[in-house]
Design a protein around this ligand. Sequence first.
Ligand code: GDP
Length: 470
Amino acid sequence: MATMMDVPVTKIISACMSLGMMVTMNQRLDAETLSIVAEEFGFEVEFVTADLEESFERVADTEEELTPRAPIITVMGHVDHGKTSLLDYIRKENVIAGESGGITQHIGAYGVKLDNGQKIAFLDTPGHEAFTAMRARGAQVTDLAIIVVAADDAIMPQTKEAISHAQAAGIPIVFAINKIDKPTANPEKIKEGLAQMNLLVEDWGGKIQSQDISAKTGTGVKELLEKVLLEAELLELKANPNRMANGTVVEAFLDKGRGYVSTVLVQGGTLRVGDYVLAGKHSGKVRAMQDERGKNIKEAGPSTPVSVLGLDGAPQAGDKFNVFLDEREAKTIATKRTQLQREQSVRTQRHITLDEIGRRIALGEFKELNIILKGDVDGSVEALTDSFQNLSTEEIQVNIIHKAVGPITESDVLLASASDAIIIGFNVRPMGNARQIADKEEIDIRTYSIIYDAINDLKDAMEGMLSPVM
Ligand code: GDP
């Protein structure tokens, strides 16, 4: 710090002392102290997120090194429409060619193999909240979403949310129209509902795949998976299996007998027993690996979920993992991460706020403004959608990434965090934990009761003229 500001170290030490802090020359200061001390000397501190990933960035894979990999799927949809039943059916039934017995262990993800030998990996935590929470942590794991809609019900609020969350992530959707075994099932009504939302399924002349299924009897599930594979083929998913592995943590827990057990999804390379792994703030040597059948395996290639023993703690879902050549390097970075997290507890805004928009536009670094819009009635939501979109200019595009009638929920906040969006509520307020999470994630929530005010604020913000809220 002394070098950067070109002042003697002793002056910084005495500045700290005047703040009541006894420090030594090599001590690391926390973010708040750094800011205050810098200010004393007429400097302003700008915090940048230290990108540790860079320090071990691998050489990019060449086209020849890449081979096709299995798609990774998340199942979403409204509560009680059958997400868990579908995942259970796929897990328990012998969809897997040549393998006897179903999957016994719940490890947070599992793989299936179809008769033709093609594989699919499923994330076993259904729902868009889990999906978007991982995205908010920077993990892009899912390639494609299955959205389950019960044919004896209708397109429900969480169906719409799931659609918005998948769209915001930019991943394709395959609809599973469920419960067709029920006498009251009316799949056509669901397809019509989707059409009204501009989502045309194939039967309706559109491009979106959908399959009528029963998660209870299994009707149509195989066809659903075939459609998923067909859709995935278009994505040309590839990875290089012949390098040190990287991927994402799906879940982790402490097992009394075995120590820390972390389920990871390998996304690139091959993970082997004996590898040195760094996952989030934890590291360790892989002692053993098991698949979802509890079978010990020695290696796991791309798109393979596997539970790993040997880490010195439980990383969080969504943490990335990487393999290192030596244990010390992995440990050092793990320690640095813990330290950085402490120091960055006070830091610059991670997400966009209304006050920030003007400045960011002026800097020319901001091209799209993502908005999540919640309102009390359909009419106001539609009116605001139109007005907001009309504010788009050549410099900046206004995107309404999700709109719905209802209070501002936790899942709205997660979506805002994952997509760097602001949330606008019209005659509605945050519900439950939404406000707390928004504060933690630094998400800007604005609520209005006059349409004109909402539009004007956004307009002013985009012109960089919004007076800051006190
Ligand atoms: P989730 O909340 O989306 O995970 O829904 P669940 O999988 O827990 O299912 C909710 C209820 O619907 C449960 O009672 C299931 O047994 C039932 N259910 C799910 N799929 C089907 C189906 O295909 N047919 C029938 N008849 N019931 C189903």
